[in-house]
Design a protein around this ligand. Structure first.
Ligand code: FEO
Length: 173
C-alpha cells in the first residue's frame, strides 16, 4: 500500500511525464512543418515514449492501492527558434526530469518504501540514456552549425535513429 505522500509524489511525476510527451509532440509537429521529417519522426517517437512512462507510473500507483491521476494537459510552445534550440530544450527538460526522479528516489528511502524505490530504478536508468542521447544529438548539431547540407544529413540520421528505436520498442513488447 502506498502512503499518501508517495502517491502524491508519484502523481506529480505522472504530470511531468505527460507534459514531456506534449512538449515533444509540439516539437515534432513544428519540425514536420519545417520539412525536417527525420527530426519529426524521432520526436514523435520520443513523445510516445514519454506517454508510456506516464502510463507505467499510473499502473504502478493503481497496483499498489493508490489512484493514478490523468493530468490536465498544458499547452506547449507552438514554434521553436531552430532545431538546435529545440534540442537544447529537450536536454534541459530531461535534466529537470532526472532531478525530479532523484528527489522521488530520496523520498522513497526516507519513507522506507523500498518497493517504489525498486520500481523507480527503471526510471533512473532510462534518464541516464535519455540525457546521453539528447547530448549526442546536440553535439552533432553544434558541429553542423546551421549549415544546410549538414542539416539535411542530420535529418536523415535521425530518421534512421527513430526507425532503430521503433524496432527496439517492438522487440521489447
Ligand atoms: Fe520520461 Fe524523458 O522523461
Amino acid at each position: 500500500m502506498l502512503s499518501k505522500k508517495i502517491e502524491s509524489a508519484l502523481n506529480k511525476q505522472v504530470e511531468l511525464e505527460g507534459n514531456s510527451s506534449q512538449y515533444y509532440l509540439a516539437m515534432a509537429s513544428w519540425a514536420e512543418t519545417q520539412g525536417m521529417d527525420g527530426v519529426a519522426q524521432f520526436l514523435y517517437g520520443h513523445a510516445d515514449e514519454e506517454r508510456m512512462h506516464m502510463i507505467k507510473l499510473i499502473k504502478f500507483i493503481n497496483e499498489r492501492g493508490g489512484h493514478g491521476i490523468v493530468p490536465a494537459t498544458t499547452a506547449p510552445p507552438k514554434t521553436f527558434k531552430s532545431v538546435q534550440a529545440a534540442f537544447e530544450l529537450v536536454l534541459s527538460h530531461e535534466i529537470k526530469v532526472s532531478t525530479e526522479i532523484n528527489k522521488l528516489v530520496e523520498t522513497c528511502l526516507k519513507e522506507r518504501d523500498y518497493t517504489t524505490h525498486n520500481f523507480l530504478q527503471w526510471y533512473v536508468s532510462e534518464q541516464i540514456e535519455e540525457e546521453a542521447l539528447a547530448r549526442k544529438v546536440l553535439d552533432k548539431l553544434k558541429l553542423i552549425g546551421g549549415e544546410k547540407g549538414g542539416l539535411y544529413l542530420f535529418d536523415r540520421d535521425l530518421q534512421a535513429l527513430a526507425a532503430a528505436d521503433a524496432a527496439d520498442a517492438t522487440a521489447e513488447k
